[in-house]
Write a protein that binds this ligand. Structure first.
Ligand SMILES: O=C(O)CCC(=O)C(=O)O
Ligand SMILES: [Fe+2]
Length: 356
C-alpha cells in the first residue's frame, strides 16, 4: 500500500501533463546554453501558429492514387536529398480520420491522471507505455514531453494492450494505424524503385514492427529554456508524423528550419536504420521539438521499423568501388541500444557502427 502510494506520487511528479502546473521552468528542465533554441518565432510565445517567413516545405502529392510513378519517385528523392523530409498530401487518408486520431490522442492526455498512470513505466520493452521526457530516470536534463507509445502491428494482436479510455481510442487508432501502415509501405515501394531495388525490397522483417507514439508537449512557461525533444534521428525505417501546431524543426544546411503544419498532410521522415542500409544514399534528417508558451501541442507519430534480430547493413546493390560500405553489419537491437544509450544523440549513436 505504502509502495503503491509512493509509486503514484512519483508518477504524478514525472508526468508533466499531471504534475507540473508551474509559472517558471523547474531547474531539471532547463537545457544547457548550447542546446537552447535561439531565434524562436514570436508565434511560439504569442500564438500557437507558426508564421516563419521564407519557408517552403517540400511537398509530395500522391494525387489520390492517380500519381505519375516516375515523377513522384523523383519528387521524393529530391525532397529527401535537399531537405531530409517532405509533406505528403492527397495520400488517400481522410482529414476526418486524421482529425479523429488527433482528437483521441489529445483526449488521452486531458483525462484525469488515474486513467493514465496505470500505464506509466520507464522501460522500452512494454507493448504499451506512458512516459515522460526521453529516459526520465537516466538523464541529466528532462524534455518537456509526455508520451503514450504502443505496438500496433498486427492490429488484431495489439489492440488489447491499448488504453480503454477515451472510449473511442481503440476503434479510431486501429483504423488509423492500418491505413497509415499501407501508406508507409506504398512510400517504401516507391523508394525501393527509386533505389533500383525490387519494389518489395522492404517487405518482411525490415518493416515487421510498427508503433504509434502520441507525443504531448504541455504548455511551457519559457520555450527559450526548454526542448520538447532533443536533436535526434528517428530509430525507424520510415516515420509518418501527424501535427496541427508548429513545434517541429529540422536541421537544414546547419540551420534550424520550422516545419509548418499543412492541413491534411503527413510529415514523412526516414530513420537512421534506413540511412545505414542505404549507405547514406538517402539520409535521415536531424530534428528536434520546441515548446510553446500559449498552448499544449499533441502529435502522432507512426513508426515503421525492423524486428530486433533483423540484420542492418548497406544493401549490396548500392555498394561499388566508388561507394564502399560506410557501416558495419549490425542488428536492429544493437542500433536501438546505442540510440538509447546515447540519449538519442545521432553522432554518439552511430559511432560504433561507422567504418570511415
Ligand atoms: O512531435 C513532433 O513534432 C516530432 C516528434 C518526433 O520527432 C518523434 O516522435 O520522433
Ligand atoms: Fe523524431
Amino acid at each position: 500500500m505504502v509502495d503503491a502510494q509512493a509509486k503514484n506520487s512519483a508518477t504524478v511528479m514525472r508526468l508533466l501533463s499531471d504534475g507540473l502546473n508551474c509559472r517558471s521552468v523547474p531547474h531539471s528542465y532547463i537545457q544547457p546554453l548550447e542546446k537552447r533554441p535561439t531565434n524562436l518565432p514570436s508565434s511560439l510565445i504569442s500564438s500557437p501558429h507558426c508564421n516563419q517567413q521564407n519557408y517552403t516545405s517540400p511537398i509530395v502529392d500522391l494525387e489520390h492514387g492517380r500519381f505519375d510513378r516516375a515523377k513522384t519517385i523523383q519528387q521524393i528523392f529530391k525532397a529527401i536529398e535537399e531537405f531530409g523530409f517532405f509533406q505528403l498530401i492527397n495520400h488517400g487518408i481522410s482529414k476526418e480520420m486524421m482529425g479523429e486520431a488527433m482528437s483521441v490522442g489529445r483526449e488521452f492526455f486531458e483525462m484525469p491522471m488515474e486513467d493514465r498512470e496505470k500505464l506509466y513505466c520507464d522501460g522500452f520493452e512494454k507493448p504499451v507505455k506512458v512516459a515522460s521526457s526521453v529516459v526520465y530516470d537516466r538523464e541529466d536534463v528532462h524534455y518537456w514531453r509526455d508520451s503514450l507509445r504502443h505496438v500496433c502491428y498486427p492490429v488484431e494482436e495489439s489492440t488489447h494492450f491499448w488504453p480503454l479510455k477515451p472510449p473511442k481510442y481503440r476503434e479510431v487508432v486501429a483504423a488509423y494505424s492500418e491505413k497509415v501502415r499501407a501508406l508507409a509501405l506504398k512510400l517504401l515501394e516507391l523508394i525501393a524503385d527509386g533505389l533500383g531495388l525490387k519494389s518489395n525490397y522492404f517487405d518482411g522483417e525490415l518493416t515487421q514492427m510498427q508503433t504509434i507514439l502520441v507525443n504531448h508537449y504541455p504548455q511551457c512557461p519559457d520555450p527559450s529554456l526548454t526542448l520538447g525533444l532533443p536533436v535526434h534521428k528517428d530509430p525507424t525505417l520510415i516515420t509518418l508524423l501527424l501535427q496541427d501546431l508548429f513545434g517541429l524543426q529540422v536541421l537544414k544546411d546547419g540551420e534550424w528550419m520550422g516545419v509548418q503544419p499543412l492541413p491534411g498532410a503527413f510529415v514523412v521522415i526516414l530513420g537512421f536504420p534506413m540511412q545505414i542500409i542505404c549507405n547514406d544514399k538517402l539520409k535521415a534528417v536531424e530534428h528536434r521539438v520546441l515548446t510553446n508558451s500559449s498552448t499544449a501541442r499533441t502529435t502522432i507519430t507512426t513508426q515503421v521499423f525492423p524486428t530486433k534480430d533483423c540484420t542492418l547493413e548497406p544493401i549490396e546493390e548500392l555498394i561499388d568501388d566508388q561507394n564502399p560500405p560506410k557501416y558495419r553489419t549490425l542488428t536492429f537491437q544493437e542500433y536501438f541500444n546505442a540510440h538509447m544509450a546515447a540519449r538519442l544523440d545521432p553522432e554518439e549513436t552511430i559511432k560504433p557502427f561507422k567504418l570511415h
